[in-house]
Design a protein around this ligand. Sequence first.
Ligand SMILES: *Cc1c(COP(=O)(O)O)cnc(C)c1O
Length: 496
Amino acid sequence: MELMYRSTRDSEKRVTASQAVLQGLSSDGGLFVPETLPVLGNTIDELAEMDYRELAYEVMKLFLTDYTEEELKDCINKAYDNKFDTPEIAPVKQVGQAYYLELFHGATIAFKDMALSILPHLLTKAAKKNQVKEEIVILTATSGDTGKAALAGFADVEGTKIIVFYPKDGVSSVQEKQMVTQQGANTEVIGILGNFDDAQTGVKMMFNNTELAGKLKSAGYLFSSANSINIGRLVPQIVYYVHSYVDLYKKKQIEKGEKVNFVVPTGNFGNILAGYYAKQLGIPVNKLICASNENKVLFDFFQTGSYNRNREFILTQSPSMDILVSSNLERLIYQIAGGDSEKTAGFMKALQGQGIYEITEEMKANLEGFVGGWASEEETREAIHRTYTENNYVIDTHTAVAASVYDKYIKETGDTSKTVIVSTASPYKFANSVLGALKVGDIPEDDYAQAILLKEVSKIEIPEAVEELRTAPVLHKKVCEISQMQELVERLLKII
Ligand SMILES: *Cc1c(COP(=O)(O)O)cnc(C)c1O
């Protein structure tokens, strides 16, 4: 049976999976959500026989029902290949009393690769299926990691162009270098003089601008999104939750049906939402623990039921989580409101207008499976230091936020459930901050010298993604004001 998608803000709007992937965002500003949440039919023993790709197919076919088996398998095989530095794709490591799900073995050493290595394939297939003649323009706002992963995924993909906006002063040095050295005639990278929320808002406004859409269409272009507002980003992320659970079962770390916790370092709420969908699929999950840095809007939301973005935006050492408007929370709001799009639209209007909304008691009760936590900058450094001194394992700053939140969670609750900490980036991506937290003495200025020092400490090989930055020339130098984003896009596409 075909699974259709609906906009979170308009119940009349119904599209197929491939149309949802193509459009990215619904024209009413809402996000596409599956009409019903599917359930996995396989037993855990069946799943235990499968490798990552086979399992990916079993999960993704439930969500992307208008792709044929051949199409979907082709996308999966092209995505999860030797771009990953381990055949396991997403290995689980036991460290102390927790399990770390390492999602940074792809081309750009952050978890965004898990979805962005497959999205270009899902999108180009969707264009074919829907007889789209236009060239697809991927507009993306990034807090650092999405940008590079999307650029790597879409570079030189026929029939596409990709334009990435990042906060000029809000990403790590390695993140910036990764983006501005991107090759590919169809790629554009622009630094904006603002933060991630500004970039994301600017991009969303272009999506919702019908006049611009008309201009684009007549020039032979169609906008789509590589941000996690695209359902084509979320679906591939569900796979590794299932895979890690099955892995723990295979390694006899858990019994059949035993519930586990997942701690997820969270920004735009995409990763943890995929965990929520995995739970609905039937994966035994106890708590989904949402870990925030000092931009703790989500922690306050889970605490009080009030989402309030009216606060100072803090630049932290976990920049990919420096976000005050977590777009994907809208999908959860829709779900806990019982699929009420009018209600959801109301909340989002309030968020846009007053910067705040408050959910009902009834909705709050539906959040039972979530726990919110946050870690300060100092606590994040401590978590890196402790994990290293106690277990000889070096984690990055984002993962450290989750590790710190987990420690506090156990102390507060005494919960003894097995717990998976979702590890979202390689420490090499944030070497400067990681070395600082490890307190290994003077930190060299040069990025590569930092990498060498980190190698001595961590005994992990320097990833190819860092090696290649040594000699890569800077190819992108554009910087613009927030107010100029649209004009710049129109200029790049030569439609003004
Ligand atoms: C994007 C990112 C996050 C946040 O993930 P969301 O899906 O936006 O919540 C956390 N850690 C790293 C390293 C990231 O790149």
